[in-house]
Design a protein around this ligand. Structure first.
Ligand code: XLS
Ligand code: MG
Length: 370
């Protein structure tokens, strides 16, 4: 691998607090991003937190040392206890946050309304069966757009966590599609510049979620009043949970010019959403995602690579940041592998329909024996 050409990688010290993890010398196509929730404390449905709580300021301060340039925000990451505050106060706090971000040299990549926590959204937000509660979801989304404006981003991410059912008979799929379109139209109308990036996921917390794949996200865009401003963000684990190859999802979204953000991580089979470090479960699937990004020029229009990863519950406070620096390292290593992929040899094997040897070529390239 020719790492010297493009970047240097230094092992983070055992403290898990890397001082200089990466320096990229050439003009950088890829810029990295993470959310405050990615410094999670290890709670799961079966047990409490196992790592200390760190302040937002501490999390923010780690970004630059890890080589990240942006942070993604839920509305209540940006403004804690958001529902107890007036719109004026919410926007004042968002403005103050923007100053803190500027001081750290970090940009806000997106804002996402956290519609899955509030008591009003137990039965979903936009697709709730109660019109008053649907109004809450739309109002809160409009407020998130105002926060996004204050923070200087025009991307509103919509992970439709509770838009779905536990019970097929409890909601009509046709009506839910109409309600989603109404909600998206209300957001598009609220702000002429905002872009809605739908983050598809097929299940969890719901049994079946609406808009489970990239295809669904891009199809529903066509029903809105401004389809150009409705696109998607792809998360590797979510695609895998839908039984799909994230690389194909990336290629598909980018064929429409609609991949506006990316949540790289990994997932070992069809179970709960694991948010493992990028490449942790399947290096080849990770490699193919990087090839898809390269092939389509992801990042050239300013899109960020976000790692939506969590530390394993077993992670001690010493290794608190390793899932982030490791995901980034794996990304850089696989990028080098994508750049040095023996394209000519591969093309010959493809022309001869010798996929048997193509398979081995990929494996040996990844194993570093070529
Ligand atoms: C959950 C999602 C969430 C979104 C942002 O599965 O990945 O973290 O990325 O709301
Ligand atoms: Mg995500």
């Amino acid at each position: 691998m020719n790492v010297g050409d493009a970047f240097q990688i230094a092992l983070p010290p055992a403290s898990g607090s890397p001082s200089v993890a990466f320096t990229m010398s050439k003009k950088q196509q890829y810029r990295f991003c993470v959310g405050p929730w990615n410094f999670s404390q290890g709670q799961d449905p079966y047990g409490p937190t196992v790592r200390r709580e760190e302040s937002f300021d501490w999390k923010l301060a780690q970004l630059k040392t890890l080589g990240f340039d942006a942070m993604m925000f839920h509305d209540d990451d940006a403004v804690p206890d958001i529902d107890s505050k007036s719109s004026k106060q919410v926007l004042q706090e968002a403005k103050a946050l923007k100053k803190r971000l500027d001081n750290e040299g970090i940009v806000a990549e997106m804002v996402a309304p956290r519609l899955w926590f509030a008591p009003q959204t137990i039965d979903g937000g936009y697709t709730s069966n109660d019109p008053k509660l649907r109004r809450y979801a739309i109002d809160r989304s409009r407020q998130s757009i105002d926060i996004a404006n204050e923070l200087g981003t025009n991307i509103l991410v919509l992970w439709l966590a509770r838009e779905g059912t536990y019970l097929r008979e409890s909601k009509s799929g046709t009506r839910s599609t109409e309600l989603l379109v109404e909600a998206f139209d209300a957001m598009l109308k609220h702000d002429k510049k905002i872009r809605l990036a739908i983050e598809p996921k097929p299940n969890e917390p719901m049994d079946h979620a609406y808009l489970p794949t990239t295809g669904h996200a891009l199809a529903i865009a066509q029903l809105t009043k401004d389809s150009k401003r409705v696109g998607c963000v792809i998360e590797s684990a979510h695609a895998i949970l839908a039984g799909l190859d994230p690389a194909d999802e990336i290629d598909f979204a980018m064929s429409f010019g609609k991949l506006w953000s990316l949540h790289l991580n990994d997932q070992n089979g069809l179970k709960f959403d694991q948010d493992k470090p990028f490449g942790s479960a399947n290096l080849r699937v990770a490699f193919n995602q990087i090839r898809a990004l390269e092939r389509n020029g992801y990042g050239k229009k300013g899109e960020f690579v976000c790692f939506d990863v969590h530390p394993f519950r077993t992670t001690s406070e010493k290794q608190w940041l390793s899932h982030l620096s490791n995901s980034r390292r794996t990304f850089e290593h696989l990028l080098a592998k994508a750049k040095s992929y023996p394209e000519k040899e591969a093309a010959q094997l493809i022309a001869a329909r010798n996929y048997q040897d193509l398979d081995q070529l990929v494996l040996e390239h990844l194993m570093g024996v070529l």
